[in-house]
Design a protein. Sequence first.
Length: 178
Amino acid sequence: MEARGELGPGRESAGGDLLLALLARREDLRREIPLCAGCDQHILDRFILKALDRHWHSKCLRCSDCHAPLAERCFSRGESVYCKDDFFKRFGTKCAACQLGIPPTQVVRRAQDFVYHLHCFACVVCKRQLATGDEFYLMEDSRLVCKADYETAKQREAEATAKRPGRARPSRPSSWRR
Ligand SMILES: [Zn+2]
Ligand SMILES: [Zn+2]
Ligand SMILES: [Zn+2]
Ligand SMILES: [Zn+2]
């Protein structure tokens, strides 16, 4: 993960109309007041945010994806800033089931090299979420099947391949072929 910016409280600047009035007249003073990278206006707020090596009004620094104000912490990649959730949705480790990124603080499940959201760690047949200690089978395409469904499928497969004239053959899902 590259740049992870932490927003400090910023430095305080004296605010108010008085300052604005002064600014209008005093060229030298105007240079002292930082310009906001978002709106290009002087920042006369009590707090100035700093991100991407530039200054921002707290109302101007927003997540590129959800546009939520980024008051406490922001994550950047290139020229864009994101809230934590959106940053990891874009750039985090991808869940093998839903393909969305997973924030590092979230509890995950693993099966071999695959990582899953807790709620995505479920059997593709019965949709039941697999709990710790549950037996499951990992298919080649990273899908998971609970033991019961796997065995049912195996049995159907055995029945289908056995020579039993007159019996209808259930079709078998392609992923169980091996
Ligand atoms: Zn601004
Ligand atoms: Zn966001
Ligand atoms: Zn997921
Ligand atoms: Zn199942």
